[in-house]
Design a protein around this ligand. Structure first.
Ligand code: SAM
Length: 305
């Protein structure tokens, strides 16, 4: 299976789908969320599905999607949401619901030659979009020790980020990073705590850097806010606190820092109404069937005006 959708009924409820509405699935993947959204749409409804990965695009050829006149696949980074939707004739302020199920798919993690997982020996790639220029190998071979430390610390919360960064620089003085085995060797010599946790943190940090995931999320939140209609719903599933924090802040204040904004008269400006104050998490039964759901947090907000 390409990917098992996480928090599916809860996300669909959050979108509050109208049969003739306009919806966006910003992270199509295997279409696990998109298919049931499309099922709820009538002839006039439209679904724009984004994914930057060409492997995900192949799933859009499935009859469920190709036979619905209202389905449109957009092979693009979701950070260009507004530009792409405008090019497709969708005006700002007219979208009824936007879903983003962030991060990587099981397919990406389980395909050895994508280089996302420390479980396989593979080229250090980690690009979601194969047309992007920067791979994980390039990051490891060209970044300064300070920059490597910054990303291991900020994106992986690696406790000995400086030690690991210096070990990477020492490695490349003799050789070049090419495969996950190269990185594993450096990590094994420096790991602290549980092996799987340490390796997951390092690989996550590199993946976030390679795909500029934090930058893309910020651009997406801006564009999504502009594209939604009054009463439109923004539904976001995150998998770690680095993603969840900016989303939570955005929903509360309209900026990723979470700074409360006031207008000229001192009225607090809130672009969204929170539908759930606390994030929705997967029930134990779902986690048992799909361990990936364990860290998922679902937040739903409604555009106020
Ligand atoms: C967690 S999976 C989504 C799975 C999907 N909801 C399903 O149930 O089949 C995330 C997907 O979003 C895509 N993705 C991640 N970041 C993206 C971005 N900035 N722009 C476009 N697609 C992105 C990935 O390529 C991946 O296919």
């Amino acid at each position: 299976m390409y990917h098992a959708p996480v928090l599916l009924p809860e996300s669909l409820d959050g979108l509050r789908i109208r049969p003739d509405g306009v919806y966006v699935d910003a992270t199509f993947g295997g279409g696990g969320h998109a298919a049931p959204i499309l099922n709820r749409l009538g002839d006039k409804g439209r679904l724009y599905a984004f994914d930057q990965d060409a492997d995900a695009q192949a799933n859009a050829d499935n009859v469920i999607f190709s036979e619905h006149a209202g389905f449109h696949f957009v092979h693009s980074n979701f950070r260009y949401l507004k530009r792409q939707l405008r090019a497709a004739g969708v005006r700002p302020g007219t979208v009824d619901g936007i879903l983003a199920d962030l991060g990587v798919s099981s397919h990406q993690l389980d395909t050895p030659d994508r280089g996302f997982s420390y479980r396989f020996d593979a080229p250090l790639d980690m690009r979601m979009n194969a047309a992007d220029e920067k791979s994980a190998a390039e990051v490891l071979n060209t970044y300064s020790a300070e920059d490597l430390q910054r990303l291991f610390s900020a994106y992986g919360e690696v406790r000995n980020a400086r030690t690991l960064a210096l070990a990477c620089v020492a490695f490349r003085e003799k050789s070049r990073f090419q495969s996950t085995a190269d990185l594993l060797g450096v990590c094994e010599a420096n790991l602290i705590g549980e092996r799987w946790r340490y390796l997951s943190q390092v690989f996550q940090a590199l993946r976030i850097e390679v795909n500029d995931e934090m930058g893309a999320l910020t651009d997406f939140l801006n564009d999504a806010t502009e594209m939604l209609s009054k009463g439109g719903r923004l539904v976001i599933i995150t998998y770690h606190s680095l993603e969840d924090r900016p989303v939570k802040n955005w929903f509360k204040t309209g900026n990723i820092e979470g700074e409360v904004q006031q207008d000229f008269y001192g009225n607090i400006e809130r672009p969204f109404k929170l539908i759930n104050k606390k994030p929705i998490e997967a029930r134990p039964e779902e986690v048992q069937q799909n361990p990936r759901a364990r860290s998922a947090k679902l937040r739903i907000a409604e555009k106020q005006n």
